[in-house]
Write a protein that binds this ligand. Structure first.
Ligand code: FES
Length: 628
């Protein structure tokens, strides 16, 4: 469109066009242009004139160059809104005085800076200057804003991103569309497949749908902030051409999984793309991913965590995004660490090998109504028992017909307890690789195990229970008690030693919890939280308030806030579920979330990186890990 306007102007001036064809304002002229709005006599604007005029209540910057040509653009600079009428014009270039953005007056194109400025047509008609406002078609406008958004993300320009998001939402682009766009952007660019982007999109959509229905802008900005910091100047990864399936979904799925197993990742990705392009949907494709997650424990459980999030996201943003998102997920799993094949898992492989034949028996014999037979004992064994005992705790319950859901409840409480016991000093100890994030995955993983059983109930999913028990048990080396050799429960410590005097109404308690969380007082936040939950305080009311912290600039590193949001969302969903079940410590997930949110968390790892580099380069050693 801008090119047409430029051509029109060139013709008009080169022909020395004068005013023989009057057209009345508010009507289109014979060329379909206008309506034309009358300003003043041409002599009112001598060559070199520049100033602001008002047309239909819009502020327009009008320029008359020394050549006599007229140009008009929006007076408001698209950068920060300062008046362009005060800018400097050299040749056809308009420079905004405030931050030096430069625009071509003839087209509105941005020559230096971020976004173009809207330009308008000007003519001299019967000795009077007239302006026709440019109204861009909303479809084109949305496309332009999306391009500008992508440019901002590519170049790490937060201001441009924010403006584009606000403009797009103002044009009724739905938050779901924007979150979907962000997730696909991530999937296309991640060097090793998706990053935390799609999971973050799903978590933010969850928070938005629950609490931000009036204002999607904050969660959207958090999303795009993550995206730009993660993918600055990153080109899309080369993706293989789809291979259309020739067999039934089950056989195709087996081939895809075999490809991942044999490190033929591109081939598997190509088959997956073909399957989706052929029209296979969630019922055919989802089981392949869950099946893959039962075969390997992918780095800190991310394979399963991402699988749950991506499929839920597709449910909201539409299956059209499936090819990109799922191929990015598969690629990520293909390149992820398979912890279960590391040497320290050899005993686990051996122990679980013998259990496989029993999965079917346990699955068929599970009694949905049956809770854990020995809940306290189960917790102790998973949390503090020898590694084999943690597995045994699960298999003993399965053996007597306890349902997977009840076992997941127990694992969820155990994972929350692990978070409550974590010694935050590890987080700032650069000599070890483990930190807060390590331990948060225990809860997010268990939460995804629950989703997997609901989505895809089948005997092979039993393996996920064993992975979870192993994972929770394995992180015991990060407990406070492990560092201090104390035997008392951390739970006892904060319950008894924290004195909180004010027990007002629930609303007041919510405020107090949030205050303690913001003040980084985890003991107080947890003590307040426990009393709040015990007296029937609403989970939603607290979560809604805590949302403000989760989405604020309180935590700055993208990987840290992605994990914090992920853990909090999972913890509060677990808390809601647990409240409906008859279990020990039903409030544990909520307390775990409070502890994480209130605890200082390491935002930098420069020293850790340096330490690990020296260990490798100078001493020839691998990083020191407590999570073994
Ligand atoms: S307001 Fe124009 S460049 Fe910043």
């Amino acid at each position: 469109m801008s090119q047409c306007i430029a051509l029109f102007r060139a013709e008009w001036f080169s022909a020395g066009m004068s005013d023989t064809n009057p057209s009345s304002p508010d009507k289109l002229d014979s060329e379909g242009l206008g309506p034309w709005y009358d300003l003043d006599l041409v002599d009112a604007y001598p060559p070199g004139y520049q100033g602001m005029v008002s047309v239909k209540e819009q502020d327009i910057a009008l320029f008359r160059l020394s050549s006599g040509e007229f140009y008009a653009v929006d007076n408001q600079c698209p950068h920060q809104g300062y008046p362009l009428a005060k800018g400097a014009v050299v040749n056809y270039q308009l420079t905004c005085c405030w931050h030096n953005f430069k625009f071509d007056l003839r087209t509105g194109a941005c020559l230096k800076g971020d976004e173009r400025v809207r330009n308008h047509m000007v003519r001299v008609h019967k000795g009077r200057v007239q302006v026709a406002l440019c109204h861009e078609d909303p479809v084109q406008l949305r496309r332009r804003y999306r391009q500008e958004l992508d440019e901002g993300v590519h170049e790490l320009r937060l201001g441009q991103i924010a403006r584009s998001v606000v403009r797009m939402v103002g044009l009724d682009v739905s938050p779901e569309t924007l979150f979907g766009h962000a997730a696909v952007y991530d999937a296309e660019r991640g060097e090793y497949g998706i990053t935390h982007g799609p999971a973050l999109a799903m978590d933010l959509l969850t928070l938005y749908k629950r609490y931000y229905l009036e204002d999607p802008l904050v969660p959207l900005m958090v999303m795009f902030d993550f995206l730009t910091h993660t993918h600055v100047r990153q080109a899309p990864r080369n993706r293989p051409k789809p291979i259309m399936p020739t067999e039934d979904p089950q056989t195709t799925g087996e081939r895809i999984l075999a490809g991942i197993e044999n490190d033929e990742i591109d081939h598997s990705e190509a088959r997956l793309r073909g399957a989706i392009r052929q029209g296979w949907g969630r019922p055919e494709v989802e089981p392949w991913f869950y099946e893959l997650c039962t075969r390997h424990f992918f780095g800190f459980g991310h394979g399963l965590i991402f699988t749950e999030k991506v499929f839920n996201l597709l449910e909201i943003v539409g299956w059209e995004a499936a090819e990109e998102l799922l191929s990015g997920l598969l690629y990520r799993m293909g390149y992820a660490t398979r912890e279960d094949i590391l040497p320290e898992w050899a005993w686990f492989r051996e122990a679980t090998q013998a259990l496989h034949p029993l999965f079917e028996v346990w699955f068929r014999g599970a009694d949905e109504k049956r809770g854990l037979s020995a809940p306290e004992d189960f917790l102790c064994r998973v949390l503090d028992g020898h590694r084999t005992e943690a597995l045994q705790a699960v298999t003993d319950e399965l053996q007597v017909g306890v349902s997977p859901e009840a076992i997941i409840d127990g694992l969820s409480i155990a994972a929350s307890e692990r978070i409550l016991r974590f010694d935050p000093r590890w987080d700032s100890d650069y000599t070890v690789e483990d930190d807060w994030l390590t331990v948060t995955h225990t809860l997010t993983f268990v939460h995804s195990v629950r989703a997997a059983f609901r989505r895809c109930p089948r005997p092979s999913m039993t393996m996920l229970l064993l992975f979870a028990a192993r994972f929770i048990n394995r992180t015991r080396t990060l407990d406070m008690t492990a560092r201090t050799s104390e035997t008392s429960s951390v739970r006892d410590h904060w319950t008894h030693e924290t004195s909180v005097d004010h027990w007002g109404c629930h609303q007041k308690q919510v405020d107090q919890i949030v205050e303690a969380t913001l003040a980084r007082k985890p003991q107080e936040a947890m003590a307040l939280g426990q009393r709040y939950f015990e007296t029937g305080g609403s989970v939603e009311a607290l979560e809604k308030k805590l949302c403000r912290i989760l989405l604020s600039d309180h935590i700055v590193r993208p990987i840290i806030y992605a994990h914090t949001i992920k853990t909090a969302v999972a913890a509060f969903e677990e808390l809601r579920t647990m409240r409906g079940h008859r279990v020990l410590y039903p409030h544990h997930p909520g307390l775990a979330a409070l502890r994480l949110l209130a605890s200082p968390i390491g935002e930098r790892n420069t020293l850790r990186m340096l330490h690990e580099a020296k260990r490798l380069v100078v001493d020839g050693q691998v990083p020191k890990r407590l999570y073994i």
